[in-house]
Design a protein around this ligand. Structure first.
Ligand SMILES: Cc1cc2nc3c(=O)[nH]c(=O)nc-3n(C[C@H](O)[C@H](O)[C@H](O)COP(=O)(O)O)c2cc1C
Length: 150
C-alpha cells in the first residue's frame, strides 16, 4: 500500500505532528510506503494520484477543521484528485468524541460525498499518545483497504 498523510496544523511539533508521525510509523511497520504532506488551501494535489490511500486530518480550532485542509477541499484540485482513492480521516481536538463526531467530522465528510472512506477517528487529548489507539486505527485502515481490494 502507498499512503500519503495530508495534514494541517498551526502548531509545529504539536499534537497533530506527533500523531501523524505515530500513524506513519505504525503503518510503515505493517509494510506500507508512507509519505506526509502539509496542506495548503491553494496547493496542487496532483501528486495524490501516486497513492492508494489518502489519510487526511487536522486539529479543530474554534469549532472548525484547521483552515488549510478545509480550504484545500473547497478551493484546490484536491477533491478531484481524490476521485477513486481510499480515504481515511482523523481529527485532533479537545472535545469529547461524540460531540466531535457530530460537529467536526461532517465538515470533512460533506466535501467527500461519494468517496470511499475506509476509516475515521477522533483523537481526544488522552488518546493522542496512546500507541494502542493509534495501532487500532491503523489496523482498521489496513483491514478495510484489503477488503476493498478483493
Ligand atoms: C486556539 C485553539 C482553539 C481550539 N478550539 C477548539 C475547538 O473549538 N474545539 C475543540 O474540540 N478543540 C479545540 N482546540 C483543541 C485542539 O483542537 C487540540 O488541542 C489539538 O490537538 C491541537 O492540535 P495541534 O497541537 O496540532 O495544534 C483548540 C485549540 C487551540 C490552541
Amino acid at each position: 500500500m502507498r499512503a500519503v498523510i495530508l495534514f494541517d496544523s498551526k502548531t509545529s511539533g504539536g499534537s497533530t505532528d506527533k500523531l501523524i508521525d505515530s500513524i506513519g510509523r505504525t503503518l510503515a511497520e505493517t509494510g506500507a510506503y508512507v509519505e506526509k504532506a502539509k496542506c495548503k488551501s491553494t496547493g496542487d494535489y496532483s501528486f495524490v494520484k501516486d497513492f492508494d490511500v489518502v489519510i487526511m486530518g487536522a486539529p479543530i480550532y474554534y469549532l472548525m477543521v484547521s483552515s488549510e485542509l478545509l480550504g484545500a477541499l473547497l478551493q484546490s484540485n484536491l477533491k478531484s484528485c481524490l476521485q477513486g482513492k481510499k480515504i481515511a480521516l482523523f481529527l485532533t481536538c479537545g472535545s469529547p468524541e461524540l460531540m466531535a463526531n457530530l460537529l467536526y467530522l461532517p465538515q470533512l465528510k460533506l466535501n467527500l460525498i461519494g468517496s470511499s472512506i475506509i476509516a475515521e477517528k477522533i483523537f481526544a487529548p488522552d488518546q493522542l499518545s496512546d500507541p494502542a489507539v493509534v495501532a487500532n486505527y491503523v489496523d482498521k485502515l489496513n483491514k478495510a483497504y484489503r477488503q476493498e481490494q478483493r
